[in-house]
Ligand binder design. Structure first.
Ligand code: ADP
Ligand code: ADP
Length: 223
């Protein structure tokens, strides 16, 4: 369970991106819906230990996210909004590299894991291609494979379908829907359908504040 309490953040330029945000998020797929500039990425980056808040606390399964950053990172899979790839590395090489960094040093174990991940995200046939040649949708699916290494219990996906065409969006969402139910997955998006199709729980954020909280089937009827 992820517990966010009274989180606030003002950037040095004076923009107050988060205003007293409190959310309790259980296992399953959680949708954070809001327009551009609402504060979604600020919240995602803070949970992912990439930036600090001014006030407030975040805990995940007993880990104090804001102070025990290394602990949290061991159990985190993060797909950032603007997700860059090394253009002249293949998907397979990159997954091996990350798996080694995450401590999977046994060659046989790592090979099996990388193969399973490439199959899971439907990129096995493209495993030897340089990432620089991947389409937007392929990159996002590769990002999911990368985020799944190390068996994370918390996965954060920030605006993953924003630049995708409808077919790739569907492919990507199908992939997300297959990720385990026994972990917390947070999907940040401005696309209502992403939340209504995938999530069992949601919040709407606007102007740095949580303005609505509830079940997508009930909240999104008005859209
Ligand atoms: P969203 O992800 O919902 O689009 P963001 O968290 O990116 O929202 O942005 C929330 C507000 O904070 C916006 O007004 C944005 O311009 C501002 N902002 C985001 N990051 C920074 C930053 N590093 N420095 C200053 N302002 C920022
Ligand atoms: P598979 O389903 O076996 O992985 P596909 O050829 O169906 O292989 O490709 C999967 C996805 O990758 C499709 O969305 C396809 O449009 C896209 N794709 C395949 N090859 C390329 C390429 N060279 N450049 C950009 N997109 C590609």
């Amino acid at each position: 369970m992820l517990q966010i309490s009274n989180l606030s953040k003002t950037y040095p330029n004076g923009v107050q991106a988060l205003k007293d945000v409190s959310l309790t998020i259980s296992n399953g797929m959680f949708g954070l819906l809001g327009p551009n500039g609402a504060g979604k990425s600020s919240l995602m980056r803070t949970i992912a230990t990439l930036q600090d808040a001014d006030t407030g606390t975040i805990t995940f399964n007993g880990i104090n996210v804001l102070t025990q950053k290394q602990e949290l990172r061991k159990t985190l899979g993060y797909l950032p909004q603007e997700f860059g790839v090394y253009p002249r590395v293949s998907a397979e090489e990159m997954l091996h590299y990350i798996a080694r960094l995450k401590g999977i040093t046994n060659d046989k174990e790592r090979k099996e894991l990388v193969k399973a991940l490439l199959e899971q995200v439907n990129l096995y046939n493209h495993r030897n291609k340089f990432l620089g040649g991947y389409s937007g949708g392929m990159k996002q699916r590769f990002g999911i494979a990368q985020a799944l290494i190390g068996d994370p219990k918390l996965i954060i996906v920030d605006e993953p379908t924003a630049g995708l065409d409808p077919a790739e969006r569907l492919r990507f969402n199908n992939l997300l829907s297959e990720i385990g139910e026994n972990i917390v997955v947070i999907l940040s998006t401005h696309i209502v359908e992403d939340v209504s199709e995938l999530c069992n729980d949601m919040a709407i954020i606007a102007g740095g504040k949580v303005v609505q909280r509830g079940v997508p089937q009930e909240m999104l009827n008005a859209f």
